[in-house]
Design a binder for this molecule. Structure first.
Ligand SMILES: [Zn+2]
Ligand SMILES: [Zn+2]
Length: 140
């Protein structure tokens, strides 16, 4: 029996080597970085950074990018307090505002005690129910 026919899976190192053999500048993935690739890579980068869309990345664009980074801090859309981290519920409001919705934002269901449901209307609801009452009153 010959050893030649035995299949050997590639080692992790060989796999890494294979992946690293492509440069991020090798846009057309032919294994070479040529002038065309570099031009294409530069165009992509300028497109990403060009804020005023004039096809070039200049000092004004640099200012625009810097301003964007500085003003990235988000504030609560209701009370204006800065949000500590990206709002957990993707609502853009802080935790306090989320937990204390105004009347228009509250579920229209009446609970067994006769009081209006205190929960926020689910954005999946068409009629105005919270995530719990939507299952009870609104057919999916
Ligand atoms: Zn708030
Ligand atoms: Zn409810």
């Amino acid at each position: 029996m010959s050893m030649a026919g035995l299949y050997r899976p590639p080692t992790a190192a060989a796999y890494r080597q294979e992946r690293m053999s492509y440069s991020p500048f090798d846009v057309n993935r032919d294994g070479k970085v040529d002038f065309k690739d570099l031009k294409e890579a530069k165009k992509n980068l300028v497109r990403k950074l060009d804020q005023d869309g004039d096809g070039d990345f200049d000092i004004n664009d640099l200012h625009a990018v810097a301003d964007k980074l500085i003003t990235r801090k988000k504030v609560c859309t209701k009370c204006g307090k800065p949000l500590k981290k990206k709002s957990k519920y993707q609502t853009g409001v802080c935790v306090e505002c989320y937990r204390n919705p105004s009347d228009e934002e509250r579920c229209i269901a009446i609970t067994s005690s006769g009081a209006r449901c205190q929960r926020r209307i689910s954005d999946k609801s068409h009629k105005g129910y919270c995530g719990i009452h939507i299952r009870k009153y609104e057919a999916q």
